[in-house]
Design a protein around this ligand. Structure first.
Ligand code: F6P
Length: 545
């Protein structure tokens, strides 16, 4: 995979897209819709239970054709096959990238280093299911014999964001007698607030860390053990009943004091940000039960199969990824807004931030040469309709082009009077307003005075996708996450980068390790940082109690 490829900019499709962009950049969505009355029906796709309306994008049939050609010239098809067959496409870490194996059916075979990994995946799932049944059924008792009512997942990054997002997304399917909380930040407030009203005798901690070395997680895990033991009479034997681990590092798990019989494993071919459907999802399974968890995996798998087999014209993740490339590299867009019109998806944008930005925030190609084009855009967002009363102003009338994904469901899980119709009316209204805007003439025709009219003009031509599904179920959540995972993959394949490493988080971690003793030292130390860092450290040392 590391073979030197021709630079992206020199590919025929890229050059053709540049020329094409010069022709279509001013083309308005008003015009595109006027020229093709069936555009809204034509530029829509339905696959694996998700409906994508992409007609409100600044594309013509020619744009789409050229983007698909770009995908071909970049070898997207070969890259997909390489991932699914367990090739070591994470070249800088020499690892396979096989989150798709986490949701492969029992009878599938995916071979890594000569071994079919699917049976291992199902063995862990079965072990998780048995454990979840015992906790949910009240058979797994705490140290004092009380039933577990509280579950706290301690983890960060991929060992937190997926579990938090999935718990919030699938809350409808949870037992309400069980309290689920998530501690990630090394800021002690996170832990203190999470446990302040809980009884240690009823509280189970899941220490989730792929490496079991992450500073934040290990600090919180030790604090949790102290809190637990302090509340349970100090008997170290209590750890066995109140702590389980999810990790790839059995040695570190047992060093911490957790019996590896209570460890749920996964593998180095699962990236942290792609791990919510591995044992890292144990808190999700405890919350929703193993049948629902397995339904979520089925959803993931359906989208995987769609991505693997569908031609690019009908391939939802490929299309979504290519549209992002179009805006990022040709229009110069710097961000993508994720706007779920579903309260249960309130943490979905935060989850996608790690998925997309840790994956594609890269400045060199697979071969290590500096890219001369933009890579991963900034993903951000908030659930609708809240965002409408906050940042949408800038999307509608600001000077930046912000492509937006609207996500909505036909049925609500909480039917309440007219709420859902109103919610969906806002989805459709926003995408309509963004695309078509309001001209000066329309504003004037409303009797607006000349001086005010420019302020009330909406230029429109703001692109959006609308993703519609029937109802937010575990299965649909799996499909939605897999849709974005593979969109990220598509983008990374075009940009020819390693979407599966994350070296960019290392430097800060290393520097923090150096600074910690400088903050804690009782004696004065000679600081050898730059003058800014030195004086910040000195100020903190002087003022802290
Ligand atoms: O932030 C860097 C990172 O390595 C993420 O990729 C990962 O999800 C997170 O830290 C947590 O790592 P671990 O699961 O090993 O504690």
């Amino acid at each position: 995979m590391t073979s030197v490829k021709p630079s992206l900019r020199s590919l025929p499709a890229w050059k053709a897209l540049e020329a094409h962009y010069a022709k279509v950049r001013e083309l308005h969505l008003r015009q595109l819709f006027a020229d093709d009355p069936k555009r809204g029906e034509r530029l829509a796709l339905e696959a694996a239970g998700l409906y994508l309306d992409y007609s409100k994008n600044r594309v013509t049939d020619e744009t789409l054709k050229l983007l698909r050609q770009l995908a071909e010239e970049c070898g997207l098809r070969t890259r997909i096959d390489a991932m699914f067959s367990g090739e070591k496409i994470n070249v800088t870490e020499n690892r396979a990238v096989l989150h798709v194996a986490l949701r492969a059916p029992k009878e599938a075979s995916i071979v890594v280093d000569g071994e079919n990994v699917v049976p291992q995946v199902h063995a862990v799932l079965d072990k998780m299911a048995a454990f979840a049944d015992r906790v949910r059924g009240g058979d797994w008792k705490g140290h004092t014999g009380k039933r577990i009512r509280n579950v706290i997942n301690i983890g960060i990054g991929g060992s937190d964001l997926g579990p938090v997002m999935a718990y919030e997304a699938l809350k409808h399917y949870t037992h309400r007698w069980m309290t689920l909380r998530f501690v990630s930040n090394v800021d002690g407030t996170d832990f203190a607030e999470a446990v302040q009203d809980l009884d240690p005798a009823e509280t189970l901690f899941i220490i989730s860390s792929k490496t079991f070395t992450t500073l934040e997680t290990m600090t919180n895990a030790h604090t949790a053990r102290d809190w637990s033991l302090a509340g349970l009479g100090g008997d170290a034997g209590a750890v066995a009943k109140h702590f389980v681990a999810v990790s790839t590092n059995a040695e570190k798990v047992s060093e911490f004091g957790i019996d590896t019989a209570n460890m749920f494993g996964f593998w180095d071919w699962v990236g942290g940000r792609y791990s919510m459907d591995s044992a890292i999802g144990l808190s999700t399974m405890l919350a929703i039960g193993h049948e629902n968890f397995r339904a979520m995996l089925t959803g993931f798998h359906e989208m995987d199969e769609h991505f693997r087999t569908a031609p690019f014209e009908q391939n939802l993740p490929a299309l979504l990824g290519l549209l992002t490339v179009w805006y990022t590299n040709f229009f110069g867009s710097e961000t993508v807004a994720i706007l779920p019109y579903e309260q249960y998806l309130k943490r979905f944008p935060a989850y996608l931030q790690q998925l997309t930005m840790e994956s594609n925030g890269k400045h060199v190609t697979l071969a290590g040469t500096k890219v001369d084009y933009s890579t991963g855009p900034i993903y951000w967002g908030e659930p609708g309709t809240n965002g409408q009363h906050s940042f949408y102003q800038l999307i509608h009338q600001g000077t930046r082009l912000i492509p937006a994904d609207f996500i909505a469901f036909v049925e609500t899980l909480n039917p309440l009077g007219r709420h859902h119709d109103m919610l969906l009316a806002n989805v459709f209204a926003q995408t309509e307003a963004l695309a078509f805007g309001k001209t000066f003439e329309q504003v004037k025709a409303e009797g607006t005075p000349d001086w005010l009219a420019p302020h009330r003009v909406f230029e429109g031509n703001r692109p959006s996708n609308t993703i519609l599904a029937d109802r937010l179920t575990p299965q649909i959540l799996g499909k939605l996450v897999a849709l974005y995972e593979h969109s990220v993959f598509t983008q990374g394949a075009i940009w020819n980068i390693d979407s599966f490493d994350q070296w960019g988080v290392e430097l800060g971690k290393v520097l923090a390790q150096r600074i910690i003793p400088e903050l804690e030292s009782k004696t004065e130390l000679e600081l050898r940082h730059d003058s800014s860092t030195n004086s910040l450290i000195q100020r903190y040392r002087k003022l802290k109690k």
